[in-house]
Design a binder for this molecule. Structure first.
Ligand SMILES: [Zn+2]
Length: 136
């Protein structure tokens, strides 16, 4: 596989964890907006009234520390090393800028999306009380 085909494959695989988080959070009763472009890093889920955001990070692209999915590929190290480091520092900068603007961020790693029970606990702890759900 050439490099760009490989990147496309990784990227499209990376979409699923985000969808899993979205549907879980939605089922829990929280409402959010997606990818608000005026916020640093275009967070995946935005809870505007709570001033909170959630990022769902692919372990490879965002270099999940200590995660088996986050190794730098052995081939093309000169390419991947700097590229992944750039992603990391961009992530740090985004979280910092969000914080300065009064937003709290939660990062959910791709490998953490499989354990729905603990994920639900973390989301609840981060977002706090659910809004009153309308009864119909
Ligand atoms: Zn991971």
């Amino acid at each position: 596989m050439d490099r760009s085909a490989n990147m496309r494959a990784i990227r499209s695989k990376g979409m699923r964890p985000e969808l899993a988080v979205r549907s879980l959070v939605h089922k829990m009763g929280y409402r959010y907006r997606l990818h608000k472009k005026d916020l640093p890093g275009k967070p995946d889920l935005v809870f505007a009234s709570r001033r909170k955001v959630i990022f769902v990070h692919g372990c490879f692209w965002h270099s999940h520390y200590g995660c088996s999915a986050a190794h730098v590929p052995k081939s093309n190290q000169d390419y991947w090393g700097p590229k992944l480091r750039r992603n990391q520092s961009r992530d740090r900068r985004n979280i910092k800028n969000l914080g300065l603007a009064g937003w709290s961020s939660l990062i959910i790693w791709e490998c953490e999306t499989k354990d729905t029970t603990s994920l639900e606990k973390r989301v609840k702890r981060f977002l706090g009380r659910k809004p009153n759900v309308e009864v119909r």
